[in-house]
Design a protein around this ligand. Sequence first.
Ligand code: ADP
Ligand code: AMP
Length: 214
Amino acid sequence: MKIIMLGAPGAGKGTQAKRIAEKYGIPHISTGDIFRANIKEGTELGLKAKEYMDQGLLVPDEVTIGMLLDRIHQADCKNGYVLDGFPRTIPQAESLNKALADMGEAIDFAIDVDVPDENIVNRMGGRRACLKCGATYHVEYAAPKADGVCDACGSGLVLRDDDKPETVQKRLTVYHDQTQPLIEYYKGQGVLHSVDGTQAMEAVFESITGILGA
Ligand code: ADP
Ligand code: AMP
């Protein structure tokens, strides 16, 4: 099963993708997580990505597409995957489609997690991330057991630089300009499904499993 998560930054794509990956036994692939891991390790890719991420801009397609295509050709992807944060531009979607078509494959589901901009600002301002293991929390809706400490690995939690209010607005503008057109793109491919992302996390997950099946 090959699934794409669509939706604004902070809509809940990562939260749902982790649960989908667990339920269906497929890898969760987040391009944002891959970039953050590279930044932490100080790789050349990380240095390049950071320039754009800190400004709320997209990392250029020529960097992002090759990285994602390498990842989906790895052995653990043979039974499918859930993509979180990719594609974010039409050229990314077209490259993915072409790479899949070359293998005789296609995307099965594109799930749009629909959340209006006014809710996004609150979601991202309250998000706390563990940069060590990738776990995500929310100070109000998904609080860790101990304040500021990751339940999963015990590391300190941070407010991501790109979740600061001044950057969030920029990321939303970029989303509407460059990523939202993918909703029509996948509608045209007959694989688009929308869920109301303003519901509680559990209800959003139920809506998604209703689409994906048991
Ligand atoms: P994305 O991957 O789309 O950027 P996340 O999954 O990281 O978004 O969610 C953004 C923030 O909102 C996180 O702090 C997360 O805990 C919280 N969140 C996710 N889904 C919901 C929900 N349905 N209701 C309330 N808060 C949510
Ligand atoms: P995310 O963790 O998905 O919110 O992504 C964080 C940041 O990483 C984004 O704001 C972009 O700067 C960058 N990024 C992640 N995925 C992509 C992508 N598919 N294309 C371009 N930039 C991306």
